[in-house]
Write a protein that binds this ligand. Sequence first.
Ligand SMILES: NC(=O)c1ccc[n+]([C@@H]2O[C@H](COP(=O)([O-])OP(=O)(O)OC[C@H]3O[C@@H](n4cnc5c(N)ncnc54)[C@H](O)[C@@H]3O)[C@@H](O)[C@H]2O)c1
Length: 327
Amino acid sequence: MPIRVLFALQTAVMRWIGDFDLTHQIEGSYLQYTDNILGKATPVTDIQDIFKKANVAVITGGASGIGFAAAKFFARLGMSVAIADLGRDRLAAARAELEAIAGVDQIMVVETDVAHKEQLEALERAVLQHFGRVHVLMNNAGIGPETSIFSPQAGWDNILGVNLMGVINGTRVFGPGMLAHGKPGLIINTGSKQGITTPPGNPAYNVSKAGVKVFTEALQHELRNTPGAKIAAHLLIPGFVFTGLTKGDRQEKPAGAWTPEQTVDFMVESIKRGDFYILCPDNDVQRPTDERRMLWAAGDIIENRPPLSRWHPDYADKFKAFLEKKD
Ligand SMILES: NC(=O)c1ccc[n+]([C@@H]2O[C@H](COP(=O)([O-])OP(=O)(O)OC[C@H]3O[C@@H](n4cnc5c(N)ncnc54)[C@H](O)[C@@H]3O)[C@@H](O)[C@H]2O)c1
């Protein structure tokens, strides 16, 4: 039997019996090898211990779009849910819908600007006072006003403050308490494909989401190397989702977009599988296309091409051919 099949079988058995720690005691190269075969970057989380009645989820940007869909998903499981967002009226409307699902006692809304660390600290204090502990943290609040390299400072500060520092500070404020209570938990940070393939158009957004990717990778590395840590991190990479962020003047969802609910269903299934990178497709773009686009972006360095060569006229045909190549 080929050695890679043996490794895959052995790892599958270890995962089946739940001995995930064993996998991690084995030499790095072996672990990487088996992980590659199974397509997993993290051990499978026993999600039943986390997404369960009476556990607590905190979601930033939870009053609309993907965050609100996640809040409804967790509320339907009977979890206690705290959403943090801007705007009292929007929060009140979200609260009413969530309370109708889970009951008044299970829902908290806290007006919080994630760009301000002290507001995240106040959010944590309020949630701990009300619900006792946190099992799921979803750092999801995001904005995408247009920027260019030399556009006004305020736009850059705004995007980096919300999309990047909101995620970093959210993790740094809630993480220690989530580790300390010793129960299994998750930190899900919402990134973007734009943080990986970095298309031209909104550099501040791309920089913020590239930062979220790097931060969340480092977070997961640190968590899996922290003895006794029962918290895992995941990077949510939505496709095109019809939300306040993307709808513009449109009232109807474009055919190519997913709904926030589809995105959350995919997120949950991916976490169940143990995927660190939750790379969502949409109705226009399937995973193989994303894979080719990401490979091409990494290839700019390896092949010594100009940056963003995918959008460089000299490389248009080469990129097209690369995209169509199947191996
Ligand atoms: N919709 C997409 O196609 C798409 C694609 C990739 C990534 N994303 C990311 O998904 C996340 C959720 O966005 P969405 O698409 O659901 O859009 P959305 O606008 O519906 O939700 C974002 C929420 O974040 C809140 N928010 C903004 N600034 C905040 C702040 N300073 N403090 C607290 N809350 C704040 C907004 O009020 C809003 O409720 C974002 O991080 C976004 O960058 C979305």
